[in-house]
Design a protein around this ligand. Structure first.
Ligand SMILES: [Mg+2]
Length: 238
């Protein structure tokens, strides 16, 4: 079942996560489960299996914190050039299906468009330099700028100090369940998950939130037909 069309008329600010939402999570899964263990095993003289187990143990220890997403932390922790390693596989950076069609249609409505990611600023830069979608966003924000991961308590209040949005008129698309839960707890009115963040892995099965299978499903009603209110114009009756 596809997700219901968001009530765009009641939405002023559209927030997209990056990895697993706009971009195929295959890049990140390949990077952390294949490339990093391989590089670690070569550098530290461990078997691939031991290197993979060690990297997983270390990542489990900081899951859900900003360190989990921090390239500097991992460069220190693993003694590897993490950002440089990422640049060796930029060919694997790819957009999820129909992302650009939806971004273009939403951009044309004139609503506020934000990319909001837990990715480290260096990661964000690598991805945006290779994905060609930055022009669809008024702002790209890394949670590292706020010193708090998106799943962290009080994230949305902190974000509003940087970007004065009204959560009751905002929509978030994100593939992370803890991030979706936090957004809902902190008052974001419309919260959508992603059915298949990694094109090479099985789809997610939870139905706690409306789940987007294909962004093209959200296109009906857009394409220049959405009425965008000016600031002083009263909201029409539903
Ligand atoms: Mg994500």
């Amino acid at each position: 079942m596809s997700a219901p069309i968001p009530p765009w008329r009641h939405i002023d600010t559209i927030l997209f996560d990056m990895d697993g939402t706009l971009l195929d999570l295959h890049f990140d899964n390949y990077f952390w489960r294949e490339l990093v263990p391989r590089a670690y095993s070569a550098r530290h003289g461990l078997s691939r299996e031991d290197a993979l187990a060690l990297v997983q143990q270390k990542t489990d220890e900081v899951y859900g914190t900003l360190d989990w997403y921090c390239l500097d932390f991992w460069a220190r922790e693993l003694d590897l050039e993490i950002a440089a390693l990422k640049r060796t596989i930029t060919g694997k950076i790819s957009l999820r299906p129909n992302v650009e069609r939806l971004l273009r249609a939403l951009w044309d409505t004139g609503k506020r468009m934000l990319l909001i990611t837990n990715a480290h600023p260096a990661s964000l830069e690598i991805k945006m330099n290779n994905a060609d979608i930055a022009a669809y966003f008024h702002r790209c924000i890394s949670s590292h700028q706020l010193h708090l991961a998106k799943e962290g308590h009080g994230f949305w209040e902190k974000l509003r100090q940087l970007e004065p949005l009204d959560p009751s008129r905002a929509i978030l698309f994100d593939d992370s369940l803890p991030v979706l839960r936090r957004a809902r707890q902190e008052g974001v009115a419309h919260v959508y998950g992603i059915r298949k963040p990694d094109s090479r892995r099985p789809a997610l099965t939870h139905d706690e939130f409306p789940m987007v299978g294909d962004f093209a499903d959200l296109l009906p009603g857009l394409g220049g037909k959405v009425k965008v209110r000016s600031q002083n114009e009263p909201e029409p009756a539903p």
